[in-house]
Design a protein around this ligand. Structure first.
Ligand code: LLP
Length: 465
């Protein structure tokens, strides 16, 4: 099996994607893909001062392991770097009451985009005045609840919503503070389904068609409604600031028009979220301080050029705070070596979860990495594909990774950077129970979201009577 240039160079060996490197030390972690307290000792993964094998001996697998210290320090890094901004943690990436409390304790605001997320935030005791409420189809009932709860800002997405808000604020004691979601016509450099500022998509009011200006004009005149400013979100997993630059320029041009034609100075502006993280060694994200400097410079420059005052800025990072803070731990169930055309062999490693706890690989063709978390190995690496236990061929967790050639049933496998959009997009496909989220910190583990039970699974099944 061995070859002088490495196993992967042996004749007939299956090559992974060009960026994938054969590990020099299979027991070492690629540090920047993992949460800050993660490291290996004799092949065993430790997070938050706990050995992962001991941890999952109590909670079983699959399990999401959330490094509290890492989450808090990333939240603080955004808050400090963007000290002149309001930082809204985007709860859609991952939200539970414990996390909502951490967000509040670290001095961030919270972005919710559904009635359910609002429920979790309020249940956690999150100050409603520091909540922003998004969504492209908020019902009258949902809007009324948000206004009545004292939500600090509602991001308005359609003329229908404006009408609903006008109805609500005509009721006694009801007033709303709002922002207008605009589409800046920027295509972020990312997967098509997660780019949200094309003109041809469902979110926001188009700047070019004049709808955004019309929305501002109407909200400005509406009694009981305080218009805070414009909001733009250009997409996700973005690594450079050029998209934000184009968006900020277009949004500020609208801001200048509003000032000229309506005589109104909008005091705030939100540039959304979308800051990229490292899922694999291909990714090289900017740190918050660098982003803050670049974004502030862009806005300062544009406002000076347009001769308008700088609005108070806010941003909405989700993935960049929670993404790297979590990993998912699975148990290997089966290992199958499949001979491909040409004689190469692909090693299929099946784990006890899959597309129900991480749909991102199937949905976005996302790349992940993984490592054995329970033991050392010096077996030569093999190119493996980690797959789930669902009844679907596309049920892939990690498309390509080098794992020790002796990977076997019973091994624990950990996948880093699963904090964002994995538990929050998890499903019960194949009636699989959704895994718990276990927060770890200073050697102590707390289940902050428990594993679903068979009773949970059947709770909504009414039978046929
Ligand atoms: N603000 C708004 C208005 C958003 O729509 C989003 C994400 C965010 C903030 C937070 O974006 P982040 O910083 O987390 O990238 N399910 C997809 C991502 C969808 C993002 C939707 N909106 C994924 O798994 O990649």
């Amino acid at each position: 099996m061995s070859h002088e240039a490495g196993w992967a160079h042996a004749p007939g060996a299956l090559r992974g994607p060009a960026w994938l490197r054969e590990p020099t030390d299979p027991d070492a972690l690629v540090a920047h893909l993992w949460s800050q307290t993660a490291h290996k000792v004799d092949g065993e993964l430790r997070v938050g001062g706990l050995a992962v094998p001991d941890l999952v001996a109590n909670v079983n697998t699959p399990a999401y392991v959330l490094d509290e210290q890492d989450f808090r320090s990333r939240a603080r890094a955004f808050r400090d770097a963007f000290a002149a901004y309001d930082v809204f943690y985007a709860g859609k990436a991952f939200l539970c009451t414990a996390v909502a409390r951490w967000v509040q304790e670290e001095g961030l605001c919270l972005d919710v985009c559904s009635d359910g997320e609002l429920t979790v935030a309020l249940r956690a005791g999150f100050d409603p005045a520091r909540i922003g409420y998004h969504g492209n189809n908020k019902s009258l009932t949902e809007l009324r609840r948000a206004v009545a709860a004292g939500v600090g800002r509602i991001i308005v997405d359609s003329f229908d919503e404006i009408e609903r808000l006008e109805t609500i604020t005509a009721e006694p004691g009801m007033s709303a503070r709002v922002m207008v979601r605009v589409t800046a016509g920027v295509e972020a450099h990312t997967h098509e389904y997660i780019a949200t500022a094309h003109e041809d998509q469902k979110f926001g009011f188009s700047i070019t068609s004049g709808d955004a200006f019309e929305a501002v004009r109407r909200l400005q005149d509406a009694p009981g409604i305080e218009l805070l400013g414009l909001h733009s979100h250009i997409g996700s997993q973005i690594f450079d600031s050029s998209g934000f630059e184009v968006a900020a320029r277009r949004v500020l041009a609208l801001q200048a028009r509003v000032s000229d034609e309506l005589g109104v100075t909008l005091p705030e502006m939100d540039l959304g979220g979308g800051f990229g993280i490292a899922y694999t060694t291909q990714d090289d994200p900017s740190d918050p301080a660098q982003l803050a400097t670049e974004m502030s410079k862009i806005v300062e420059h544009e406002c000076r050029a347009l001769g308008i005052p700088e609005p108070r800025l806010s941003i909405e990072p989700g993935r960049a705070i929670v993404g790297p803070a979590m990993c998912t731990v699975y148990t290997v169930g089966t290992v199958k070596r499949v001979q491909l055309d040409g004689g190469a062999v692909r090693t299929y490693v099946s784990v006890d979860g899959g597309m129900s706890d991480n749909i991102r690989t199937a949905l976005y063709d996302a790349d992940y990495s993984c490592t054995i978390a329970s033991r050392p190995s010096d077996a030569p690496p093999v190119l493996a594909r980690v797959v789930g236990k669902h009844c679907e061929a596309g049920d892939i967790v990690v498309k390509d990774e080098f794992l020790p050639g002796d990977v076997r049933p019973g091994d624990l496998l950990a996948v880093p950077a699963t904090g964002a959009y994995c538990r929050s997009m998890a499903s019960n496909y194949n009636h699989v129970l959704r895994p718990p989220v276990v927060a770890v910190r200073d050697g102590v583990a707390r289940v902050v979201v428990r594993r679903e039970t068979e009773d949970d699974l059947l709770a909504t099944d009414m039978g046929d009577t």
